[in-house]
Design a protein around this ligand. Structure first.
Ligand code: FES
Length: 126
């Protein structure tokens, strides 16, 4: 009989592991100032910005119902590693000031090991 393991126990270990794995992120503010720091895997970039008092509004608190957490991914290599935006995110991005081909909503970008080193620029205005 195959070993199935104890899923709730394994899930707890997975959650503990995920909460301790950190990735590097850089936020580039409108004046060119760069903020480099580490964030736990699973954190979204709105939460990451707020943890360092970076002025990224986030009016709907991450529910994908505004565009005030608009960020611009600075490197196409990282942009292409992100999951495709949902229809809801695309609808909100259409309302963003200064939309670019590399724009995403910060609350919809989750920290994963694949995007370790990502650089995100704050738009000039939101
Ligand atoms: S905080 Fe509103 S869409 Fe991200």
């Amino acid at each position: 009989m195959p070993k199935t393991g104890n899923w709730p126990e394994r899930r707890g270990i997975l959650v503990l592991w995920m909460s301790t794995v950190l990735i590097n992120v850089t936020f580039v503010e409108t004046d060119g100032t760069e903020e480099h720091f580490k964030v736990p895997v699973g954190t979204n970039m709105l939460e990451a910005a707020h943890s360092k008092d970076i002025e990224l509004e986030g009016a709907c608190e991450g529910s994908c119902a505004c565009s005030t957490c608009h960020l611009i991914v600075m490197d196409v290599e990282y942009y292409n590693k992100l999951p495709d935006p949902t229809d809801e995110e695309i609808d909100m991005l259409d309302l963003a000031f200064g939309l670019t081909e590399m724009s995403r909503l910060g609350c919809q970008i989750k920290a994963t090991s694949e995007i370790d080193g990502i650089r995100l620029a704050l738009p000039v205005a939101t």
